[in-house]
Design a protein. Sequence first.
Length: 151
Amino acid sequence: MKLANALSQRSELQTRIRQLESRLNNNALVQEGEQPAEDPMELLCELEADYARLEEMISAINRTNNSTKLEDGSTLSDLLAKRDCLKGKLGVLRGFLDNASSLVRRHSASEIKIKSTVDVRKLQKQVDGLSKDLRELEETIQEKNWTTELL
């Protein structure tokens, strides 16, 4: 099985678990004398089995990510950590740029003038470069996901 297929199955399992949680909650209480739409004990058994499968899947994915080496010697796990940090950094920078580049309208010359504390254009170029790096990193990760066998 390819790593990409395992990632897809993991996502499907996580969705199914969320659905089981909802179904369990919907069948937790009934009016006296009534029966639940679904047997909560059966749902709990399904939940247990799905979590066991999810644990196996996550372990296999993590083992694969930790042992898959790239040409430069880094692992797929290293790339995933780098991707997560790049996404976080880009999120902060984009939010900051939104604030730094917003215009404050003045209705008269006597009103306080508000100006940006940074060179927005320069910072935007940095964000553009980081965005490009993230896209290239995502492409590398996706390529590895489709060419790497799950351990």
